[in-house]
Design a protein around this ligand. Structure first.
Ligand code: 13P
Ligand code: SF4
Length: 326
């Protein structure tokens, strides 16, 4: 195929992302994008992409985008036979839990998460033994094994609502210590936390927030609730990745910084050319394992297929479904 025909065909897609992808990089992306769009039709597949995926994935090949909660919800409405999860492994597992009859592919099965890796099913059993009768609320950033030991799941978008929905004075909230502390600051429910941290968000500091305000007068600072509570206390708004994106659309701040993963600002800035995005950010090495060539390879070879031990799948699914019902 002559390169000019390919570039002409993909020109409408490039016009979406030209503010964040230099023209010299586009021909490399265009070839994989073109192939992926054809493969999606051939395989009857859809691509679900998290807000931290790079713009050429997020804006050019994804069918559904969003935060963890949106991806979990949307996964259930998908008609296609194949779901490719452009995100990390726990997200692909959640999609599989909610769609046991569909083929769920993850382009790189090594795309993990420091929170999911911070806790095992045995740890949850230990917490239950230490706090008899106290319900376990587990962040979706966890393995299916850990979800199976839990009463209910939550995401950063619904954590407070889920905790309060249980109608109890005390809950165990796993595995993100900072999310647990940030929720504890907003509710009367006593929260027993686990010492897991997100390796991306734990690196933001209150000193960094103060320096941002000095260097960029008038900047609006949005923080993800996986950030330490001292960082959240200095921010103007705290919310999930979807909440941050909605805030920018609603409030249209002249200048904003998103204290979260780097691709988030790129993806949101595409729809808001009038907003000045100040960009200190931290990269998630796990999210960055997902690339266009790996998505193409996944669809060409129908690998890597996500499977969940049936012995624990029904218990893990129940915890996710209880969350979705809240
Ligand atoms: P969201 O649910 O806010 O998209 O967060 C997922 C995540 O992994 C944040 O680090
Ligand atoms: Fe996990 Fe943090 Fe990466 Fe999100 S950003 S996937 S919580 S390591």
């Amino acid at each position: 195929m002559p390169a000019t025909a390919l570039l002409e065909r993909t020109a409408p897609l490039y016009s979406r992302v030209r503010s964040v992808i230099p023209p010299i990089e586009w021909p490399v992306f265009a070839e994989d994008i073109d192939a992926i769009l054809a493969l999606k039709r051939r395989r009857n597949a859809v691509i679900l992409a998290h807000n931290y995926q790079t713009p050429e994935i997020f804006h050019c090949v994804a069918d559904i985008t969003g935060d963890s909660l949106a991806l979990a919800r949307e996964a259930m409405t998908v008609d296609a036979e194949v779901i490719v999860l452009a995100g990390v492994h726990f997200m692909a597992e959640t999609a599989k839990l909610l769609n046991p009859g569909k083929t769920v592919l993850i382009p790189d099965a090594a795309a993990g998460c420091s929170l999911a890796e911070s806790i095992t099913a045995a740890d949850v059993r230990l917490m239950r033994a230490r706090h008899p009768g106290v319900p376990v609320v587990t962040y979706v950033n966890s393995s299916a094994e850990v979800k199976a030991e839990s009463d209910i799941c939550c995401t950063s978008a619904n954590a407070k609502r889920v905790v309060e929905s249980l109608g109890v004075p005390e809950v165990i909230m796993l595995p993100d210590e900072y999310l647990a502390q940030n929720v504890a600051a907003q509710t009367k429910v006593k929260i027993i936390a686990w010492a897991g941290h997100c390796e991306v968000h734990e690196r933001f500091t209150p000193a960094e927030v103060r320096a941002l305000r000095t260097d960029h007068p008038g900047v609006t600072i949005l923080a993800h609730p996986e950030c330490p509570p001292e960082v959240v206390a200095e921010a103007d708004f705290t919310g999930s990745t979807a909440d941050m994106s909605a805030y920018v659309g609603r409030e249209k701040p002249a200048r904003v910084v998103l204290l979260t993963e780097c691709s988030m600002a790129d993806n949101v800035s595409v729809g808001h050319p009038d907003v000045d995005f100040v960009r200190p950010c931290n990269l998630c090495p796990h999210m960055k394992r997902i690339t266009l060539p790996k998505i193409r390879h996944a669809l060409e070879t129908m690998t890597q297929v996500v499977t969940i031990d049936p012995a624990l799948a029904s218990r893990a699914r129940a915890a996710v479904e209880r969350m979705l019902a809240v």
